[in-house]
Ligand binder design. Structure first.
Ligand code: SF4
Length: 414
């Protein structure tokens, strides 16, 4: 069976995608009328090979979307059309990654950072932040708590902190992997290839590194290079894959200076990188940062600037699901911050399948302030879990068990 419910026949001689036969009455997986993505495929085929009573539609495992199609969805404001997008993303999520929502226990192990990112409250020059670095014992206590609650993964996250040494991480990863069944995800910024290899060898399973924007100029403006030259996060992501990590990346939505075209290219890059995990959250201004200055002049013309809105965040989640159907996609805390009542749930019914409850001890959690007024800042780990499980059940979904590896990664490794 294929995504439209037709039977797989053979490969298209024209583009090598899987050929399927679809009854005229079949509901399209994407769009709803002639000229939309799915019909265009049929029309192309019919032009080349002649129409039949049934549509013979060339459907790849991933429906390719052109830059213009992505762009048009990003600019779409018609609610009925957007309802099609939400439904398509939700159907695709159900088909490729199922109904389980995987919970990842997030531990923010250090808020030290040597970088100067223009949007982030943890940037090195921000003197108003009280800095902390958790001890081995404190981290292990959080890991044990996550295991007891029933999480299958812990995410160890920090600013770019050279005080977290390669050897200390090796020791910690080895401990977690030998003492618990948990998967370990690292999110420690741009580290050297040697360190990344050491940590993978020690047993780390996954690495998260957002590329934030595919527009190189914008990236360098918001994320100045370290002394010693620019780092190429895209190259680093490709390298992480060669080391055998499950690889996650993503973008901020509505960064000042981000155009619709930039964001459409970001989404296409998700597919090009064949990402296993995709995290996208709205840009939220921090007052102690250069980008948070309300008097900062606009960088792109108003009508071309992507808004950092809740709606735009849902569109990006839905489109990410359509271009990378097997990826694990979180409904992010930044989204829950924009809409505390229903942001997480709406993300989950528009393509997402992961949530990251916070295991960081409350006294540190408040200090990990990339942006202000973060959701779930005061809850205990148990309360956070109970709240999220209730929200997941309220939309008819279930909390996943086990590690919840990305089906995309599993497919690649088979
Ligand atoms: S975004 Fe990450 S690397 Fe940049 S300043 Fe914040 S914590 Fe540091």
């Amino acid at each position: 069976m294929n995504i439209l419910g037709g039977s797989v026949r053979d490969l298209c001689a024209w583009c090598a995608h899987v050929l399927v036969k679809v009854e005229l009455r079949a509901r399209p997986a994407f769009g709803g009328s002639c000229g939309e993505n799915w019909h265009r495929g049929a029309n192309r085929y019919n032009r080349l090979f002649g129409a039949t009573n049934n549509y013979r539609l060339c459907v790849p495992a991933i429906i390719p979307m052109t830059h213009d199609e992505i762009l048009s969805w990003l600019r779409q404001s018609d609610e009925a059309r957007l309802a099609d997008l939400w439904r398509s993303a939700d159907d695709t999520r159900q088909k490729y990654v199922g109904g389980d929502v995987h919970l990842r226990g997030l531990i923010e192990i250090s808020n030290y950072c040597i970088r100067l990112c223009g949007y982030c409250g943890l940037r090195a020059p921000n003197q108003s932040v009280q800095r902390y670095r958790m001890t081995f014992e404190e981290i292990v206590a959080c890991v044990r708590q996550g295991e007891a609650i029933g999480y299958g993964t812990v995410v160890l996250q920090s600013g770019e902190d050279p005080g977290i040494t390669a050897d200390a991480m090796v020791h910690l990863i080895r401990f977690i992997k030998s003492e618990t069944p948990l998967a370990v995800t690292l999110s420690l910024g741009e580290r050297s290839e040697a360190e990344l290899a050491q940590w993978r060898e020690a047993g780390a399973d996954r690495y998260l590194l957002r590329f934030e924007t595919s527009n190189r100029q914008l990236y360098e403006r918001i994320h100045p290079s370290r002394p010693g030259g620019p780092a190429d996060r895209i190259e680093l992501l490709r390298h992480l894959k060669t080391l055998g990590y499950e690889v996650g990346s993503g973008v901020m939505i509505g960064i000042p200076g981000q155009s619709y075209g930039d964001l459409a290219r970001d989404i296409a890059l998700f597919a090009d990188l064949d990402l296993d995990m995709i995290g996208c959250g709205p840009y939220l201004a921090h007052p102690s940062t250069p980008l948070g200055d309300p008097n900062r002049p606009a960088i792109v013309p108003g009508e071309d600037q992507v808004p950092n809105s809740e709606l735009m965040a849902y569109k990006v989640i839905a489109l990410a699901r359509l271009v990378c159907p097997r990826a694990n996609i979180p409904s992010t805390t930044a989204l829950a911050t924009l809409n505390k009542q229903a942001g997480r749930e709406l993300g989950l019914v528009r393509g997402a399948n992961v949530v990251m409850p916070n295991l960081t001890p409350p006294q540190y959690r408040q200090l990990y302030e990339i942006y202000p007024d973060k959701a779930c800042i005061n809850e205990t780990a148990e309360a956070c879990h109970g709240c999220l499980a209730g929200r997941i059940h309220s939309i008819g979904r279930h909390v996943g068990s086990g590690r919840g590896d990305s089906p995309n990664y599993r497919r690649r490794e088979e």
